[in-house]
Design a protein around this ligand. Structure first.
Ligand SMILES: Nc1nc2c(ncn2[C@@H]2O[C@H](COP(=O)(O)OP(=O)(O)OP(=O)(O)O)[C@@H](O)[C@H]2O)c(=O)[nH]1
Ligand SMILES: [Mg+2]
Length: 386
């Protein structure tokens, strides 16, 4: 399949894609008589095809990550302008990641693998080791299948998928979008039933979502129930993200899991996706005069930025927002609270920044993804032919 290269691509990207087309064309002349080579080379061609198709997608994935109870789901709700992710005090609320996206439909969609091996493995990896019987490591075969299925869902959501293949491997369950169903699908225990690969929440109330931005709300990185480190979705989320919102609350320290995650996503400075620090300001010292409270708020934001700067080794884009107040403000009869949080300014500013930067960021991420696939292919070919 050839990908239409939009005019906005840089010359370098055009050249890369053209070279790749030529290589794949040459390979297609091979006689794949050996079964062993056949599978590997076919997989490489499939990976290239997918990586190329990603250039044609106009969706933009923003991943919200951070420690437990930082306000990640509250942020997702404020951005979506709708109740799309359950929030709660004092408990680990979000246990499964969700993809919040704009749509004329108003529904929840769960994507399940039709393969029971995949489902069993997914259940095993989602549950913390301490809560379950010891299991064997994930085999290469299962890893490959996982990857294939995650990518099928991803391509489908980006609207660059192969419908026939998607229907063969993925089953969709649709539910009404309401608080009860949201709670069940995103915060429920990991039982013995089928575990979704992903859950999409479709709604249409925010400008961001209507601009084909997809918000990914993740479980807290230091959760005691959800198991980010071993969940195969961890790798997928990092690879497919166009942009990261690091949601950090002023009343929690950056923990080890968060540091590890940031290190996983940052990579070399030249190719890392942008990370925006959303410092969730808890207006705690309400008994103090206004001036002291404001100084406190500014201090919380600056301290958060400083901590992240030390990990990233560069100054992150930062905003301090009282997310709880922004959400309450959105739902209050008058917009006074919302105005006090400066959320509308942040949103307007971010939409403008995104509109000017998104195609460049998207292209950069697509090129990085394609280069990874080329590197992988080189490794496989070296193993085959020395
Ligand atoms: N007082 C106050 N409460 C807030 C603020 N931001 C969020 N909350 C509340 O704090 C609780 C936790 O927020 P969540 O959005 O569930 O946090 P989370 O990071 O998604 O939590 P997990 O999914 O469990 O990791 C919710 O009840 C929010 O309404 C804030 O700025 N001030
Ligand atoms: Mg949450």
């Amino acid at each position: 399949m050839t990908v239409e290269i939009a005019d906005k691509r840089t010359d370098e990207t055009r050249a890369l894609l053209k070279n790749l087309d030529e290589v794949v064309k040459e390979w297609q002349k091979f006689d794949y008589s050996s079964a062993y080579q056949d599978n590997d080379l076919k997989q490489i061609c499939l990976n290239f095809d997918r990586a190329k198709r990603r250039f044609g997608s106009t969706s933009f994935f923003i991943v919200i990550f951070g420690p437990l109870k930082a306000g990640k789901s509250t942020l997702a709700n404020v951005l979506a302008n709708d109740y799309v992710s359950p929030t709660g005090f004092g408990i680990e609320t979000t246990r499964r990641p969700s993809l919040v996206m704009g749509s004329n439909e108003h529904c929840i969609e769960q994507y399940f693998s039709t393969d029971s091996d995949i489902n069993n493995a997914l259940r095993q990896f989602r549950v913390k080791k301490s809560d379950k019987a010891p299991h064997s490591e994930m085999t290469d075969d299962i890893k490959k299948k996982f990857r294939n299925e995650f990518e099928l869902v991803y391509d489908y959501l980006r609207e660059v998928g192969n419908e026939e293949e998607f229907q063969k491997y993925i089953h969709i369950k649709r539910l009404d979008l309401n608080e009860k169903n949201l709670k069940e699908v995103l915060t429920g225990d990991f039982g013995s039933g089928w575990e979704p690969l992903f859950t999409a929440i479709r709604c249409k109330k925010s400008e961001l979502l209507n601009n084909k931005v997809v918000i990914v709300d993740m479980p807290g990185l230091d959760g005691t129930h959800s198991n980010w480190k071993e969940d195969p979705i961890h790798e997928w989320v990092i690879q497919q993200a166009d942009y990261f919102f690091f949601c950090q609350s002023s009343v929690a320290a950056i923990n080890m899991e968060t540091k590890d995650f940031i290190r996983d996503i940052v990579g070399p400075k030249s190719s890392r996706p942008p990370i925006y620090l959303i410092q969730n300001i808890f207006e705690a010292r309400t008994w103090q005069p206004q001036k002291v409270q404001q100084a406190d708020i500014d201090q919380q934001r600056d301290d958060g930025a400083e901590r992240l700067k030390n990990i990233l080794e560069m100054q992150p884009r930062t905003v301090g927002l009282n997310l709880g107040k922004a959400w309450d403000g959105k739902n209050a009869p008058d917009k006074e609270w919302l105005g006090q949080t400066k959320f509308p300014e942040f949103e307007k500013d971010f939409v403008e920044t995104l509109n000017s930067e998104r195609s460049g960021i998207h292209e950069n991420n697509c090129v990085k993804n394609l280069r990874n696939k080329i590197e992988e292919a080189e490794k496989i070919l070296t193993q085959l032919h020395g």
